[in-house]
Design a protein around this ligand. Structure first.
Ligand SMILES: NC(=O)c1ccc[n+]([C@@H]2O[C@H](COP(=O)([O-])OP(=O)(O)OC[C@H]3O[C@@H](n4cnc5c(N)ncnc54)[C@H](O)[C@@H]3O)[C@@H](O)[C@H]2O)c1
Ligand SMILES: [Zn+2]
Length: 351
């Protein structure tokens, strides 16, 4: 890719660029010989992505195991242990090369190490490129609570090279499409259609990704700390995070994208119940989610409620979520009623 595309993202404290292009051209603007560089990867990005990076200066590579169960304090501790007692001060620059797991975790580890080091995100999954690296949320899972510990913290830049996607498994591409579809459902019918017909193997790759980034930015920029409109991005995540946390607690973690694919189906069903009408125009999105993902799993309603109540999005013990009246018409901070949640869970479970 020779051309690069860029947009300015309004962060919590500073603005930073999100650029799509050739990774080495983009990175060269940020690196210099006198820096202490720390590159965080997981075992897959170490194998598939790190060899594409040409970092001409000495740098430390920290490799973590892949898998949702490793978005943990133990992984952070491992990073910090590699740095402690060495030359790595607050001026060290972290380069987080990976999917949302590595960018969330590496961003958090950098943000609190020596009270905060700068970091650059290099997303290598579709989900990382369109979602996890925008909006300043970093963190780890804790005590089976998804993202239970974390901080808001801006990267120095986000540098996305679409060629990284070539080594992803089809399921990982599918997971990224789920968050893109969510962006369309809450903001733009046209984007829903673009996402449904989007094949990452076929160029031009940049536009649909950049559209998704722009939609996420639209919701984030006026509400960095997640007190209002940003909460629309939680569509699919009230049921979705509860299901994800359930499987995490069972030591049988599932991917975030899969959990959200189920969450969106359930929250469209909840929205239908709430507004007493079908949610117009969402049929193709539902067809995609039903055909691309396994059926919604069956487990006890009490378990679902236990994890829903634990969600950090809640306030005053109320379960707060998003409903969709129609495409691009989300309503956030709606109190989800236990009776309606049960009805939704049981209806959708029925074969
Ligand atoms: N911060 C946010 O706002 C935000 C938003 C959405 C999701 N997230 C977080 O993102 C995480 C999920 O991210 P994800 O779906 O990218 O998962 P992931 O980072 O776990 O990556 C999925 C799998 O793909 C592998 N992989 C990554 N890049 C690869 C490549 N180029 N080639 C081959 N394999 C590769 C990884 O090793 C892993 O096995 C979750 O922890 C979720 O909570 C954060
Ligand atoms: Zn998500």
């Amino acid at each position: 890719m020779s051309e690069s595309m860029s947009l300015q993202i309004q962060g919590i404290t500073v603005a930073y660029s999100y650029t799509i292009g050739d990774i080495n051209t983009m990175l060269s603007e940020y690196l210099s010989e006198d820096m202490n560089l720390v590159v965080v990867v997981d075992e897959n990005t170490d194998k598939h992505c790190l060899p594409k990076l040409d970092i001409p200066f000495s740098h430390l590579v920290i490799e973590l195991p892949q898998g949702p169960e490793h978005k943990s304090l133990a992984s952070c501790q491992y990073i910090w242990q590699q740095l402690a007692g060495q030359k790595y001060g607050r001026d060290s620059l972290f380069i987080n090369v990976g999917g949302g797991q590595i960018t969330d975790l590496g961003g958090f580890a950098a943000s609190v190490y020596k009270r905060g080091c700068p970091f650059i995100h290099v997303p290598t999954t579709l989900l990382g490129a369109v979602d996890a690296t925008i909006g300043g949320k970093t963190g780890i899972d804790f005590a089976s609570i998804k993202n239970g510990i974390g901080v808001f913290s801006d990267p120095k830049a986000v540098l996305f090279d679409p060629s990284f996607l070539q080594t992803l498994q089809p399921e990982q591409v599918r997971d990224g499409k789920v968050e893109m579809l969510k962006h369309g459902l809450i903001h733009s019918e046209e984007h829903v259609q673009d996402v449904l017909s989007y094949d990452p193997a076929t160029p031009p790759l940049g536009k649909v990704v950049l559209d998704s980034v722009n939609i996420k930015h639209h919701f984030v920029k006026g509400d960095m700390m997640d007190n209002g409109i940003r909460r629309c991005l939680n569509f699919g995540h009230t049921f979705g995070h509860a299901i994800e946390s359930f499987f995490l607690a069972e030591n049988n973690p599932i991917s975030h994208g899969c959990a959200i694919a189920w969450g969106i189906q359930l929250e469209l069903a909840y929205s239908s119940l709430h507004f007493n009408q079908s949610i117009e125009g969402t049929e193709y999105a539902m067809d995609f989610l039903r055909s691309a993902f396994p059926p919604i799993p069956h487990f006890a309603f009490e378990e679902l409620m236990h994890h829903m109540r634990d969600d950090k999005k809640n306030r005053a013990q109320k379960i707060l979520g998003v409903v969709l009246r129609r495409i691009a018409d989300p309503h956030f901070d709606l109190e989800y009623e236990v009776g309606q949640i049960k009805k939704t869970w049981e209806n959708v479970q029925r074969p």
